[in-house]
Write a protein that binds this ligand. Structure first.
Ligand SMILES: Cc1cc2nc3c(=O)[nH]c(=O)nc-3n(C[C@H](O)[C@H](O)[C@H](O)COP(=O)(O)OP(=O)(O)OC[C@H]3O[C@@H](n4cnc5c(N)ncnc54)[C@H](O)[C@@H]3O)c2cc1C
Length: 380
């Protein structure tokens, strides 16, 4: 759609990899999207296939079960997943994998990463609580050390992959007298007694992803479930990974906008009203011209972020700027595209309507866009 533009980070190897990811999406995601939306989770078989093809941890070293690629490989996965309804919540497993790779002990890496990479273990991240979303330091979930165990108590909500996960990375207070320094992260096997999933939450969009409450009632885990070896590092670990989570949301936003533009151009060429194709009305052409300019601007912006991510120089400010700006463009683009579909745009049968509903949450999760603006404002 954006003729003669090639992302500066794109290589021949990545193009081939990206073609393979698209084939996976065509074969395993596209035919299942509506079924997954109805059942509210993606099939385990798709996870296992993604694992077999090396799509879950493509940028993790092979010694830990990853595919030994780089961030460019992972970006190719995110783009394709987002453009195909985002049902397969691989991103959560990827983020947890990187928490472990960057902050875990050697034993933790060897224990978890191969299983995450293969899709055998689906991961979730449990930060948010009914009383603590944006203000993470106020979490009330407690982890108390008792001999060679931690005992975890608390409740979490809005957890993606909450119904299907096998391991959940939980943020809990290990020292209530401290603020950020009293927070630690725990890898909890969901078979542990005392762990309970709440109901599947009913959402406005993102119907193919399971989102759920979680309860921890005297959940006893061995001490080596603490991520890393030192208590109180949880908040800093989170902060070090959040830019990548936000960059990933931006990558998804751009991929969705690109697809929306393609779908809308095709539809308006096809649909005839008052004896002519919808695209022949000046309003449609002007809207699509605006959308095309927005999509190209968004693509070049995300490419700067991706390049820095690949180079290892992505900072919090840039990632937050991208997260809020790109997800807001995503909302506008989808809204304007949907309008050109008329009533059909509002039907679930058409991907544009599903994409529109799915996109709304991107301005809320991963740190709300107001919080992103706060982060950016601190750099002024
Ligand atoms: C579909 C979905 C999936 C999710 N998946 C996960 C997950 O996997 N794991 C997880 O831990 N969480 C998850 N979340 C939770 C998500 O990250 C939170 O909803 C988000 O961080 C906002 O927290 P909150 O909902 O408590 O809103 P609140 O923090 O109560 O915010 C309410 C409003 O106040 C604004 N606000 C808050 N603080 C400030 C401030 N300082 N300045 C200006 N405005 C402010 C917010 O931007 C928002 O508009 C998910 C949420 C949804 C909807």
């Amino acid at each position: 759609m954006l003729e003669n533009y090639r992302s500066p980070w794109m290589t021949e190897d990545l193009e081939q990899f990206s073609d393979m990811v698209k084939r996976f999406a065509k074969e395993y995601m596209e035919p299942n999207e509506l079924k997954w939306r109805e059942q509210h989770f993606a099939d385990r078989s798709a996870w296992l296939k993604a694992g077999e093809l090396g799509l879950i941890l493509p940028d993790v070293p092979e010694e830990y079960g990853g595919s030994g690629g780089d961030i460019g490989h992972y970006v190719s996965v995110v783009q394709t997943m987002a453009a195909n309804g985002g049902g397969l919540g691989l991103g959560l497993s990827h983020i947890v994998g990187h928490y472990i790779l960057d902050s875990g002990t050697e034993a933790q890496k060897l224990h978890w990463l191969p299983k995450i990479a293969s899709g055998e273990v689906i991961c979730a991240i449990a930060m948010t609580e009914p009383g603590a979303g944006s203000d993470l330091q106020s979490v009330r979930t407690r982890a108390v050390r008792k001999g060679d165990k931690y005992v975890i108590n608390g409740a979490k909500t809005f957890i993606s992959n909450g119904q299907t996960c096998d391991m959940v990375l939980v943020i809990a207070k290990t020292d209530t007298s401290q603020g950020a320094k009293g927070v630690s992260l725990f890898m909890v096997d969901t078979n542990t007694p005392g762990f309970r999933r709440g109901n599947l939450l009913s959402k406005v969009g993102m119907h193919a992803q399971d989102t759920s409450e979680m309860f921890f009632d005297d959940v006893e885990v061995p001490v080596d479930c603490l991520l890393g070896e030192v208590e109180g590092r949880g908040f800093y670990t989170l902060m070090s990974q959040l830019p990548y989570e936000r960059a990933q949301i931006g990558v998804g936003a751009v991929a969705v906008m690109e697809r929306a533009l393609r779908l809308t151009v095709d539809y308006t060429k096809d649909r005839t009203v008052f004896g002519k194709p919808v695209i022949d009305f000046q309003n449609s052409r002007f809207v699509l011209a605006d959308v095309k300019a927005t999509v190209l601007a968004s693509r070049t912006f995300i490419d700067v972020i991706i390049q820095r991510w690949i180079d290892g120089t992505l900072d919090t400010t840039l990632a937050s700027m991208g997260k809020f700006w790109l997800t807001e463009r995503q909302g506008e683009v989808l809204d304007r595209c949907l309008q050109l579909f008329g009533g059909y745009g509002y039907m679930n049968e058409y991907p544009i309507g599903r994409m529109w509903a799915d996109a709304r949450v991107a301005r809320i999760y991963g740190g709300s866009n107001e919080i992103q603006r706060e982060v950016v404002a601190r750099s002024l």
